[in-house]
Design a protein around this ligand. Structure first.
Ligand SMILES: CSCCC(=O)C(=O)COP(=O)(O)O
Ligand code: ZN
Length: 234
């Protein structure tokens, strides 16, 4: 299905700040201040009905404008809009793996806390944390509820590749092997987080980042993030 130029422009033009083309720009500016999307890496994609909005690759994400957005039809994966002289984010195949799981938005961060948590879990295929309030912000699809305070949250870690797009198969396998997960850590690189809606994805990304930082700091203090509550604490 090819759209006229006017139809394509209409898909990225709106006064509504919640329109995906506007939200991606706003959220990337927000994520930039958190150190999640500096140096052009990282980003966010949003799905609105059958339209997937994707930012361009290799551009400063905090300077994006709505007319820079690519739009893919889902599930046909046909591009409805491709801005000239730009390439879609290299994360596109990874975002699609999250959409295949029913996500409404997917965030990729290069947060140093995400990177560090993969390094303190050297040689391990996952990161675990328990007995922490912020775990309660993470959904657990198998129960239809959220994780509880005393639950152990486990996030898979996959190995980085030279090119972002080559992560797709291992990310898809991690999603299959960890059906309760809504995030995949990429060693020495960052994290992918997805949610049913853009706001859920954002909340979860914030909770995960908090938990990654906490785990790094706990480990530095000789505490085990997945360990039991020490009775002497109370
Ligand atoms: C310095 S960024 C290296 C590539 C990367 O990790 C990444 O997330 C790229 O994303 P883009 O949307 O710019 O293709
Ligand atoms: Zn990346």
């Amino acid at each position: 299905m090819s759209l006229t130029e006017e139809e394509q422009t209409a898909l990225v033009t709106s006064d509504d700040p919640h329109h995906p083309a506007n939200l991606i720009c706003e959220l990337c500016r927000n994520f930039y201040t958190l150190g999640w999307v500096t140096g052009t890496g990282g980003g966010i994609s949003i799905k609105k009905e059958e339209h997937i909005y994707i930012a361009p690759s290799g551009v400063q994400k905090e300077r994006l404008e709505p007319h820079n957005m690519f739009i893919l039809n889902y599930p046909s994966l046909e591009y409805l809009r491709q801005p000239t002289n730009l390439k879609p984010s290299a994360c596109t195949p990874l975002f699609l793996a999250a959409y295949d799981k029913g996500a409404g938005a997917c965030i990729h961060t290069h947060s140093q806390w995400a990177v560090l948590v993969t390094l303190i879990n050297k040689g391990k295929k996952s990161f675990k944390i328990a007995n922490t309030e912020m775990i309660k912000g993470i959904p657990r699809p198998s129960t239809g509820k959220y994780y509880g305070y005393h639950d152990t949250l486990e996030i898979p870690i996959i190995e980085n590749t030279a090119h972002e797009e080559d992560l797709r198969d291992s990310l898809a396998k991690a999603i299959k092997d960890y059906p309760d997960t809504s995030a995949v850590l990429v060693r020495r690189h960052g994290v992918y987080v997805w949610g049913d809606t853009v706001w859920k994805a954002k909340t979860q990304a914030e909770c995960y980042d908090y938990l990654f930082q906490l785990a790094v700091e706990m480990t530095k203090l000789g505490l085990d993030p997945a360990g039991p509550i020490d009775p002497l604490e109370e």
